[in-house]
Write a protein that binds this ligand. Sequence first.
Ligand code: IPM
Ligand code: MG
Length: 356
Amino acid sequence: MKTYKVAVIKGDGIGSEIVDEAIKVLDAVSINSEFELKYEEVLMGGCAYDVHGDPLPKETIEVCLNSDAILFGAIGGEKWDNLPRDKRPESGLLRLRSTLELFANFRPVKVFDELVDASSLKTSIVKGVDLLVVRELTGGIYFGQPREKEETRAYNTMVYTKDEIVRIAKMAFEAAELRGKKVCSVDKANVLEVSQLWRETVEEVAKDYPDVSLSHMYVDNAAMQLVRDPKQFDVILTGNIFGDILSDEASQISGSIGLLPSSSVGGKVGLYEPIHGSAPDIAGQGIANPIATISSASMMLRFAFGEVKAADKIDSAIVEFLKEGYRTKDLASFGASEVCSTQEAGSIIADKVSKL
Ligand code: IPM
Ligand code: MG
C-alpha cells in the first residue's frame, strides 16, 4: 500500500467548504485503491494572519515541503483588504508559489456537453472547447523589482529572464505534444521589450518541438479571440499577469468559474487548486460549487501521484453528476433536475466514485 502525504490548505471564504468536499471524494476513491492519503491541515491566507500575524507561517511552508502534494482551496476577503501588502492573504499564496518554485501553472478549460447552455457564449461557439492555459507563475510583473508605492507615484517592473521563458515554454510545448500539438504564445511584443524577449525565446524553444506548431498573438487580440472563437486554441502559453486575466476570461466559456481546476508545478511540491477565489459573499451558505476543487484533487492524483485510474473515476463521476441534472446554485438555471448544496454535491460525487 502506497501512502501519499497531502498538505491541505483550506484558506478563507468558501475554501473550507469546497476542500471538505474534495476530501470526501478523495476518501471515497482511495478506499478501493492501492494507496492511502494522509492529510495534514495547515493555515494560509487571512485565517493564518489572524492566528499568526503572517499569511504564510513557517510551519505551513515546512509541512508543504514535507508533503507529496498540496490541496488548496482559496484565500482572501474584505476583512484583510487594508493590511499592508506583505500581510495580505494574497501575499501568502504568492510567497508559497515562489518559495516552492512553482513556475508552471496549468489551467485546463473544458466545456462539459451538459453545460453548454450555461456559457454566456453561443452553444456553437463553446461546444467542444478543450484548451489549456499555461501561465508562468513565479516571475513577470507580480515579482519584478523594483516596485514601490509612493505618495503620488507608484510602479512595478515587468521582468523576465531568458531562462524563465525557456523553462515555461518547454512545459507548454511538452503539454501540446500530448494534446492538439499547437501552442499560441500570448504577449504584447508590439509595445513591451520583455515581450520581445519572450517571443524570440519561445521561437528558439519551438525548434526542439518540430511536431508542434507555434503561433503568436498580442494579448489584446487573444482576449478578443477567446470569446470570438475559443476552439482555435489548443495550448495558450503566456506570462504571469496575462495568464491571470485570460484564464478568468476563459473560465466563462465553460459556464461557471466554479468548474475549473488548476495545477502549479515545476518546483518542489505540486499545488492543486480551483482557479476561483474565496467568494466571501457566499461563504458558509453551502451554495459554492465544489467541482473545481474536486477536479483539482483529480489532477493531483493524476499528475502528482500517477494514480490515473482513480483520477479517471473522479472525472467520470463529475460527468455523471452533471448528466443526471444535479446542479449547485451557480448553475441552477441550466438543465437542473435537482439543485443541491455544496455538501450534497460532494456526497453525490463521492458516492458515484465508490461505485465505479
Ligand atoms: C489566481 C489569483 C491570484 C493571482 C491572486 C489571489 C493572488 O487571482 O490564482 O489567479 O493573481 O495569481
Ligand atoms: Mg486570478
